[in-house]
Design a binder for this molecule. Structure first.
Ligand SMILES: Cc1ncc(COP(=O)(O)O)c(C=O)c1O
Length: 456
């Protein structure tokens, strides 16, 4: 294979002329990329499954109906007729898109209504909408911090937080998952001149753990550290009316800034930050991923406004979500599955080997159940999981069928004999979403790559 001047192989370059071939081709890695094809050739590729129709908690794939236990549509509002109608109405009134940023031409009445409704619901002075939850995290982490500041980042925080940390001028200091002691050890070492920002998920998206906010915020307070909670998986799930983890713990006054998404319980897409007026005003004029991108589409905004109203008007949805969640926690536990330390509708089922997790997900799919596996480096190597999540709209019969099918496939694949079960898995998760890095060297590389692992 031909090497270019930098010693890189460009043997597989396509479209480079003879004279260009002495230069490194940035596309070479793409031509050589084959991680997905290995899983595909085994018939075990679990991603990008095409959905042809959605009916509540069921989907149709290639003409077959599957029970969906892999979505974040916790309250079942994504397909609610009233939400769909509100989205259509908003489209009729404002068109298919806003064709610009809020900052300039894209600020419609519905955006402001939704901000006001959220501020009232969360008991915050002000709210700022973002086009995705990912952007909300980016916006906060890139605009509020300077290069002398530090972000204290739980090791299991979502990828959008990790990427926000990477893009931020501040130094990122990761600490052991959900450990207030580890947080304190890190904070102790920082000088008073460094601005400090504790950033945590309210409900962690892979493990389903609920953040130990009472302990964390106490520590943060002692060191003049501002507190930020990502409520993506907690909105519509925790709190007296679904306000999230912060309200669940009665800590609204102690938490400085709250982030949320519309892509889960509120059934759509988009995100927001909620906080004090001066902070939100600052972000409105400084967060580049708010200012330089098109605003939320009318359909999205109208649909979310309606979903937010319904969530408050129909608290029985949250009650039913928790009934279903408890049933699944108890069901998996009594079948002998290891579900880690989850305290939420996100229920990760330990499988063990990476290949078995892919096989498990495929067998589930064939049996009419849609769930996705998470393998290394999203979880520790050899501790692959099938991540499941439940909705208020799942019926008892559907959930019983899920449990029976897990039991059956678990037996057939010998899950309980896997070393992850015999040796007691440690259940560390992150948000890597890669699936073909096979060794400890790979772990180190990926940790380094994540940008949030520069300090122990
Ligand atoms: C914890 C957490 N934060 C942020 C996001 C990003 O939200 P969005 O899908 O709205 O971009 C997600 C989405 O998966 C998430 O799980």
């Amino acid at each position: 294979m031909k090497k270019n001047a930098n010693g890189h192989s460009n043997g597989q370059s396509q479209g480079f002329t003879e004279s260009q071939s002495s230069h490194k081709d940035i596309f070479t890695k793409c031509y050589e990329f084959n991680q997905h094809t290995k899983a595909q050739s085994l018939g075990l590729y679990p991603y990008f499954r095409r959905i042809d129709a959605t009916m509540g908690n069921k989907v149709v794939c290639h003409g077959e109906t599957k029970i969906m236990i892999g979505s974040n549509n916790y309250l079942g509002l994504a397909q609610d007729e009233r939400v769909v109608e509100a989205a259509i109405e908003a489209t009729r009134k404002f068109g298919a898109g806003c064709t610009g940023s809020r900052f300039l031409n894209g600020n419609i009445q519905l955006h402001e209504e939704l901000e006001e409704a959220l501020a009232k619901f969360l008991k915050r002075e002000a709210v700022l909408l973002f086009s995705t939850g990912f952007f909300a995290n980016q916006g906060a982490l890139t605009s509020l911090l300077e290069d002398t500041d530090a972000i204290l980042c739980d090791r299991e925080n979502h990828a959008s937080i990790i990427d926000g940390c990477k893009a931020s001028p501040a130094k990122t200091i990761p600490f052991s998952h959900n450990s207030a002691e580890a947080l304190e050890r890190r904070l102790k070492r920082l000088p008073p001149t460094a601005g400090k920002f504790l950033v945590v998920d309210g409900v962690f998206s892979m493990s389903g753990d609920v953040v130990d906010l009472p302990a964390m915020q106490k520590v943060a307070k002692r060191y003049g550290c501002r507190v930020y909670v990502d409520e993506a998986h907690a909105l519509g799930v925790l709190g007296p009316k679904g306000e999230g983890t912060v309200h669940h713990f009665g800590l609204n006054k102690e938490v400085d800034l709250v982030m949320g998404t519309f892509s889960k319980s509120l059934g759509s897409m988009g995100g927001f930050l909620a906080g004090s007026k001066p902070v939100i005003e600052f972000l409105r004029h400084k967060a580049r991923c708010f200012m330089f991108t098109a605003s939320l589409a009318p359909a999205v905004t109208g649909g979310v406004l309606k979903a937010l109203q319904l969530m408050q008007k129909e608290p029985e949805r949250i009650e039913q979500l928790w009934k279903n969640t408890r049933k699944m926690h108890e069901g998996f536990n009594s079948l002998g599955f290891n579900i880690g330390t989850t305290q939420s509708p996100v229920v990760p089922i330990l499988i063990g080997s990476e290949i078995k997790a892919l096989q498990f997900a495929q067998r589930l799919f064939e049996a009419g159940i849609f769930a996705t596996p998470a393998v290394f480096p999203a979880v520790r190597y050899g501790e692959a999981i099938v991540r499941t999540s439940y909705m208020a709209t799942h019926t008892n019969d559907e959930l019983d069928y899920v449990l029976e099918t897990f039991a059956q496939i678990g037996k057939e694949l010998g899950i309980f004999e896997d070393s992850a079960y015999r040796e007691g898995a440690k259940r560390r998760t992150n948000n890597g979403y890669d699936f073909d890095v096979q060794n400890e060297e790979g772990v180190q590389t990926l940790r380094a790559d994540s940008g949030a692992h520069t300090q122990a």
